[in-house]
Design a protein around this ligand. Structure first.
Ligand SMILES: O=C(CO)COP(=O)(O)O
Length: 255
């Protein structure tokens, strides 16, 4: 059987506490009954805000939905006020963690040294990094792929081999995040296929696309990505279900 498509979402800081629980409940209910998930064609991950991690972990118990944090400290437990350690995330049952998102690079000045330290620490705690890479300005896919490969190499520079957790690379062109529409399908496919080829030759991992992604995009990408990293366009959980419907259609077409 081919590997499941990875369908994940970060809720960023959009929702309140109860709203997050309600949304996660809806998506969990969808996952429990949707054939794309129950038949193993889609694997899901959800990254809600820190205070909701514990109740959401409890909520998804008995499913294979991976829960992850949107950030982690690059330091071991200790005197780091306001930070959250990889050790605590792993202890709670988180299985993945977002690292290097464009918003953290831009607004919180996270540089490549920090991204590499966080990536290594996540891995050593068995947390799959959802490592976000992407070019700043819209341009040609060749240049975008080179820049993303450079960012991946830098991010993985501190990570011991073999890796202790699966690597998920989210290709998110900065200019396509928070936009009215995603990058063009041609651009996404060209870049993601290059990044996937790179990972296949460098310890493995899978490449998913994020940046104004929503229903319909996965079908247009014709198998050139391993999944999607979703944002605003699944705030209505029915959109999440539509994407799982697409996974089923793609699976049926590939048989
Ligand atoms: O950054 C993203 C996912 O983390 C994408 O967000 P949007 O889909 O809302 O642009």
């Amino acid at each position: 059987m081919t590997a499941p498509l990875l369908i994940g979402t970060s809720l960023k800081m959009y929702f309140g506490y109860q709203q997050t629980l309600d949304w996660c409940r809806q998506v969990t209910d969808i996952a429990r009954r949707h054939p794309a998930v129950t038949q193993g064609h889609a694997a899901l991950f959800i990254m809600p805000s820190f205070p909701t991690l514990a109740p959401v972990l409890e909520m998804v118990r008995g499913t294979d939905i991976r829960i992850g944090a949107q950030n982690l400290s690059d330091q071991p437990p200790g005197a780091w006020t306001g930070e959250v350690s990889a050790a605590m995330l792993a202890e709670m049952g988180c299985r993945c963690v977002e690292i290097g998102h464009a918003e953290r690079r831009r607004h919180f000045h996270e540089d490549e040294t920090l991204v590499a330290a966080k990536t290594a620490l996540a891995m050593t705690h068995g947390l799959s990094p959802v490592l976000c890479v992407g070019e700043g300005e819209e341009g040609d896919p060749e240049a975008a792929a080179s820049e993303c490969i450079r960012q991946m190499e830098s991010a993985l520079a501190e990570t011991p081999h073999p890796r202790e957790a699966d690597l998920i690379v989210a290709y998110e062109p900065h200019w396509a995040i928070g936009a009215s529409q995603p990058a063009s399908s041609e651009h996404i496919s060209a870049v993601c296929m290059k990044l996937q080829a790179y990972l296949d030759g460098h310890g493995g991992g899978c490449v998913i696309y994020g940046g104004s992604a929503g229903p319909g995009l996965l079908s247009r990408l014709e198998g050139s990505v391993q999944g999607m990293f979703l944002g605003r366009f699944v705030h209505d959980a029915r959109a999440f279900e539509q994407i799982l419907d697409e996974v089923m259609t793609l699976h049926a077409a590939s048989r």
